[in-house]
Design a protein around this ligand. Sequence first.
Ligand code: SAM
Length: 274
Amino acid sequence: MSGAAREDAPGGGRYGEAVFRPEQAGEGERIDFGALAYDDTTMARLRALGVGPGWHCLDLGAGTGTVSRRLLEEAGVTSVLAVDRDVRFLSARPVPGLDVLEADITAPDAVPGVFSLVHARFVLMHLPERDRLITALAELVAPGGVLVLSDAVDLTSDRTPRTPYSAVMRAMWQGLRATIGTDVSWVPSYPHLLRGAGLGSVAAEIHVPPLLPGSPISRFWADTWERSRAAMLATGLVDDAAVDEAIRYLGSDECAALSAGMLTVWGWKPEEGP
Ligand SMILES: C[S@@+](CC[C@H](N)C(=O)[O-])C[C@H]1O[C@@H](n2cnc3c(N)ncnc32)[C@H](O)[C@@H]1O
């Protein structure tokens, strides 16, 4: 992977250091709640793209490895290299065909080789290097292979009713941006960025999981708010009581909010000429 170098967030922090530390109790469960909310959609898209036997796959920022393992066990791919800056969750659940690499994907040449599928979900949005990384990730796709990126899209607008949920969500995005450089405003431009990276037949789709009390996505947001509470309070947009109220709202029948969606974008590397 060339052309990528670490850039600092405004606050100088990084994912996994300033917030979302893997060593903090419950971090694996938080990632698993997100996976439960989105894995079926991800797998349906990957299967529709033809991912299956004979494919060599790269899963970047693989987290607890739910997608990596389902690629092997359900889609029957030949191999998966799962990469993460911290591989404690990946190493805890090995399966045949799964190789694990601990690496910072923003480092130049962090990942060796080329792959028929390069996949990264909920990773690039957290990395300030995201625009240059897209070019670097496209270089990891073998001719005839596909790059698939999924990240969050914020669906609130100026007309979104003020609720405890909307205030806390706004504070979360602002706080994460200031602390570690998370920026979901880029995500809708991924199709153009993939095209600009030389990929073809680019397309995208969005999935919004229903925010029902007790659902995996509701539990994911409640956990995520707890873990980013300090970053949210530092924005001055909310206080502790507002965060507590939003967590109660999320778990109640009053909740009538729209979750952030997951935008999935893919593009194909042209086959090599004769
Ligand atoms: C929100 S989790 C998503 C996990 C998984 N892709 C999923 O969707 O379930 C983000 C993952 O990216 C990893 N990550 C963040 N920054 C990284 C970096 N610079 N290099 C490698 N992995 C990174 C984190 O350790 C974490 O496991």
